[in-house]
Design a protein around this ligand. Structure first.
Ligand SMILES: NC(=O)c1ccc[n+]([C@@H]2O[C@H](COP(=O)([O-])OP(=O)(O)OC[C@H]3O[C@@H](n4cnc5c(N)ncnc54)[C@H](O)[C@@H]3O)[C@@H](O)[C@H]2O)c1
Length: 335
C-alpha cells in the first residue's frame, strides 16, 4: 500500500514529526519567543512540545498528559527489518519493536520456515491488548551473506509498506574455541562473511529504503562486548575481530548517513543465555559461573534485558544518538 493511501496514522494523530533528527531551519511546534536562536540552521529540529517545554506551555487548568512512552518511545506506524529474528536476541528485539507499536516487523533468518517459538510470539502479539500499532510480525527466509537477496528484500518491504524506519542486524555466528595461531582461513572467512558482510548487507537493504522514502531512520547493528574487550580464556579471534569491525562500520555509516537523518548505532551485549551461548555453556557448564563472576553485577543476562535499549535506539527517544556503541554487559567492560 502506498504511503498516501494509508489511513491517518497513530503518529500523525499524535502530531509527531516523522524522524526529525537532522538540522531543520524552522520550528513549527515551538514559539520563536521561547526558542530564541534554537531554530537557526544547525539548531535542533522541531518536535512539538514534550517535557519541560510542554509543562511551561500548558495552562494551569489543562490536563497534564505524559508523553514519554506514548510518543518519544512509541514506534506506532514504523516498519522494521530484523535479521536473526527467528530466535534468540533477534526474536526478542523484534517482539519489543512490535510491542512498542511498530506496524510491521520483518524477521529474516536462515530456516525455510519460521520456528515454533517465532510462530507462538506472532500469535501472542496478535492477542496483545492495548498496543499502539498492529504489531504484525512477518517471516522471510534468507541468508544475510547474499547482498542481492537482502537488497531485494528491502525493496519488497519498501514497496509493500511504503516506508522503512528501523533495522536491527542481529544475525551472527560464533565458532568454537580455536587458537589464533592455528586459525583456519575458511573458518575465519565464514565468521566474517556472516558477522561483517551480512551486517553491512542488512544495513544497506534497510538504509537504501530509508533513503528512498526520505523520513530518516534508525539502524542498530548488533556487535558484542567482544568487539571492545577480549573474553578471558576464550579463543575467539574471528568473532572478536568481526564485532570490532561492526563497531567501526557503525561509526563509518553514521557519518555518511547523518545528513540523510539515518542514525546508525551498535548495541554490544555481554553474556546472555541464548542458543548461541547455550551451545558453549552446555558443553562447559563451569563457564556459566566463570562468566557470571566476570562482571560487577555477577551474573549473565536474559534476552529480555535488551528490550528497553533496542526500543530506545529504534525510537524518537534517541534522536540525538548516532555513531555510538551501547554496551549492555553487566559492567564487565568497566573492570
Ligand atoms: N547471546 C550472547 O551472549 C550475545 C552476546 C553478544 C552479542 N551477541 C550477538 O547477538 C546476535 C544474536 O545472537 P543470539 O545469541 O541470539 O544467537 P542465536 O544463535 O540464538 O541467533 C542468531 C540467529 O542468526 C541466524 N543466522 C546465522 N547466520 C545467518 C545467515 N547467514 N543469514 C541469516 N540468518 C543467520 C541464526 O539462524 C539465528 O537464528 C549475534 O550477532 C551475536 O553475535 C550475542
Amino acid at each position: 500500500m502506498s504511503r498516501s493511501a494509508r489511513p491517518p496514522s497513530h503518529a500523525s494523530f499524535l502530531g509527531r514529526a516523522r524522524f526529525s533528527s537532522g538540522p531543520i531551519a524552522h520550528s513549527a511546534g515551538n514559539s520563536p519567543s521561547k526558542t530564541g536562536n534554537r531554530n537557526k540552521i544547525g539548531g535542533p529540529p522541531p518536535y512539538g512540545r514534550v517535557g519541560v517545554d510542554a509543562a511551561l506551555a500548558a495552562s494551569s487548568s489543562s490536563a497534564a498528559k505524559p508523553t514519554l512512552f506514548e510518543r518519544e518511545f512509541s514506534l506506532a506506524d514504523r516498519v522494521a527489518l530484523v535479521t536473526g529474528g527467528n530466535r534468540g536476541l533477534g526474536l526478542e528485539m523484534a517482539m519489543a519493536l512490535a510491542e512498542a507499536g511498530a506496524h510491521a516487523v520483518y524477521c529474516v533468518d536462515l530456516p525455510e520456515k519460521a520456528s515454533e517459538e517465532w510462530t507462538t510470539v506472532k500469535e501472542y502479539l496478535g492477542r496483545m491488548q492495548g498496543k499502539a500499532g498492529e504489531g504484525r510480525l512477518e517471516y522471510i527466509s534468507a541468508d544475510v551473506r547474499d547482498q542481492d537477496r537482502m537488497w531485494k528484500i528491502g525493496e519488497m518491504i519498501g514497496d509493500r509498506e511504503g516506508r522503512m524506519d528501523v533495522c536491527v542486524a542481529a544475525a551472527g555466528i560464533l565458532k568454537p574455541h580455536t587458537d589464533c595461531l592455528e586459525y583456519p582461513a575458511k573458518q575465519f572467512q565464514e565468521v566474517m562473511s556472516v558477522n561483517v558482510n551480512g551486517v553491512l548487507f542488512t544495513a544497506q537493504a534497510a538504509g537504501r529504503q530509508m533513503d528512498r522514502f526520505g523520513n530518516g531512520g534508525s539502524i542498530v547493528l548488533i556487535a558484542s562486548m567482544s568487539g571492545t574487550i577480549t573474553n578471558r580464556d576464550q579463543h575467539w579471534v574471528s568473532y572478536n575481530s568481526s564485532k570490532s569491525a561492526v563497531k567501526q562500520m557503525t561509526r563509518s555509516m553514521a557519518c555518511e548517513l547523518g545528513p540523510k537523518r539515518i542514525r546508525v548505532n551498535s548495541l554490544s551485549p555481554g553474556y546472555i543465555y541464548t542458543s548461541m551461548t547455550a551451545a558453549y555453556f552446555d558443553k562447559h557448564p563451569h563457564l556459566i559461573e566463570v562468566m557470571s563472576k566476570s562482571s560487577p553485577l555477577g551474573r549473565i543476562g536474559r534476552p529480555d534485558e535488551l528490550r528497553g535499549v533496542v526500543t530506545w535506539l529504534a525510537s524518537d527517544a534517541s534522536t540525538f544518538c548516532t555513531g555510538s556503541d551501547i554496551l549492555i554487559d553487566a559492567g564487565l567492560h568497566a573492570w
